[in-house]
Write a protein that binds this ligand. Structure first.
Ligand SMILES: Cc1ncc(COP(=O)(O)O)c(C=O)c1O
Length: 243
């Protein structure tokens, strides 16, 4: 991959780590990485002695169809950043996971210990919510129920695209979707028109609460939604676009 080739030009011994969101870049208007890129990046990091840090704050906990996005390319990162879905989004809690090797490097006497903490580290209420949410994954077979919902969402996204010329592209990664809106001639709307925002406000009148990133409408439906609720969300968006 060209971007990785460019990295060769840098002095890899001066790079401590590479941080990416695996499979899909959220804030970059929901843009998926090319398939295979993550595994290739892992290999590059191994070959160059660089830590791979994966930000799975958005993609973690089933959002891409597997518990963690990195599992889809059989990648184990050196650091894994988790938050949002850890508590099912009910309470703020984040966790940074690392390997035994890195943990051990900071284990021991005061001069080795990694002195870092937050005021609310291991907040009991947050941790209780996380444990309850993880229980639900097991009890309700959340992951096993996702494939049907993911393909239903794919069908609905394709329908939306065929029905509205203003839908320039739909991007999907598991249960994450980005719907990019452009003028019918393929040109972007002028930024000051805030078209994506207008559509989201209109969709709200039809029962869908979501937000855009620029002119890409973001759909991150709760993992617990039913097929009917997916239809309702997509229908709300369709009505908003028609208006
Ligand atoms: C991919 C990603 N990383 C990090 C963050 C920030 O997470 P936190 O608010 O837990 O620091 C977000 C928040 O939206 C995110 O989507």
């Amino acid at each position: 991959m060209n971007a990785l080739d460019d990295l060769e030009l840098l002095e890899s011994n001066k790079i401590a780590g590479v941080v990416i969101e695996p499979l899909i870049q959220g804030v970059n208007e929901m843009r998926p990485w090319p398939a295979g890129m993550l595994a290739e990046l892992r290999t590059w990091c191994d070959e160059n002695g660089v830590h791979l840090i994966l930000d799975e704050v958005m993609t973690g906990f089933g959002r891409t169809g597997t518990m963690f996005a990195c599992q889809q390319e059989n990648v184990i990162p050196d650091f894994l950043c988790l938050a949002k879905g850890l508590t099912g989004g009910y309470l703020p809690l984040a966790a940074t996971m690392t390997t035994g090797k890195i943990y051990d490097a900071f284990l021991g006497s005061a001069d080795r210990a990694f002195y870092y903490g937050h005021s609310y580290t291991a907040n009991p209420l947050g941790c209780a919510a996380a444990l309850a949410s993880l229980d639900i994954f097991e009890r309700e077979n959340t992951l096993a129920n996702l494939p049907e919902k993911i393909s239903h969402l794919a069908e609905k996204l394709a329908e939306l695209r065929s029905e509205h010329s203003v839908v320039y592209e739909t991007r999907q990664c598991g249960f994450i979707a980005g719907i990019e809106l452009r003028r019918s001639d393929g040109e972007k709307f002028p930024a000051h028109e805030r078209f994506g925002e207008t559509i989201c406000h209109a969709a709200r009148q039809h029962g869908l609460l979501t937000r855009p990133i620029l002119d890409t409408v973001v759909l991150m439906l709760p993992l617990s939604v039913s097929l009917n609720e997916i239809d309702h969300a997509m229908n709300s968006l369709s009505l908003a676009l028609s208006e």
